[in-house]
Design a protein around this ligand. Sequence first.
Ligand code: ZN
Length: 394
Amino acid sequence: MSDMPREKLALQENVDNLSAQMKEIAAAIFAEPELGYQEFRSSARLADFLEANGFTVERGLLGMPTAFHAAAGSGQAPHIAFLAEYDALPVLGHACGHNMFGVAAAAAGIALSRSLPAGTVHVFGTPAEEGNVRDAGGKVPMAEAGLFDSMDAVISTHAEGRTILRQQLISRANLEMDFHGRAAHAAGAPEQGINAQDAAALAIMGINSLRQHMTSDVRIHGLLTDTGTAINTIPEFARLRYGVRARRPETLDRAIERVVNCARCCAQALGCEFSWRHSAHPYYTMRHNMPLLRAFAGNLDLLGESYIEEVPSSYSTDMGNVSFRAPSIHPYISIGGAHLVGHTPAFAEASNSECGFRGMLLAARAMAMTGYDVLSDAELRQAVRAAFASGDPD
Ligand SMILES: [Zn+2]
């Protein structure tokens, strides 16, 4: 800490002054876990926190009542954005640490606003990151509506067992494919029936055969989730729910097209009607803006936090979609030990522990400091912009 410039020491003090309240809010959100798009109390806690600390808050964005935008500063460029998540998982509750890292994003915004060198600091409340609710991925419509396009940098941090600068993420889509046939008595009048379950079963076989001809990064996995109810009635309806993953968005798009075509042809082969939809927004891989990530790493150095440079993984997050619209980073901060794995009871326990709160405070500090770098350093902004324009590595 001794080498820390005066301006950054001031940011530490700002975070210290918020720390008691940060822990209180993180614990309160933990105690009342809410699923995606239902995070009414959780998002209100963060929006209230920001409003009470001088931010102008707009609650509800793009038809998503639990999304929000908060801003402080001149309203002019340069612009830095911190993204907050606050949704929980079914049964497990806050087993992904969103209760703490949503608070970290809000607190980073407040800390930076109290020592703002120039420009505007934004905090976006981004609902439904977890993929298990319908139309999951609140950041996707926000990115597509251009909400991040004027940002010089967007930073979101996430809880992890270890502190990691970047994880190689993959793109993911969730598909729902429906087969509509015709019911008939299976013994009395089978010639009048069209068997939707058989069409879905054919599609499963067809998709299995397609897998061999996909690149090795592609993952396809699914279930027959709806079918008939009586063995003596020809099933008139069947639904397949499939996940498709691939490294790059364009590979994902091609894989989706082949899977859907295969299912459609199997439906036609048996005379079924066919329809399909994305049951969640497709998540893209993460493009890591390296100059921005180096600035963040420099701040971790100042804070005395050691980190791992890069880890390959097969996670997906809607932060990826943001990284295609504005220079972005998504580092991970340790909330315990290397053994911790997200979406487990042990991770939930760490998400409401002293060790977890230490990670939350560290994330807030490093985000505020990196935000300060972006707003105060025109050369850094130029390098960040140039890297984004030339295509960040993913
Ligand atoms: Zn998460």
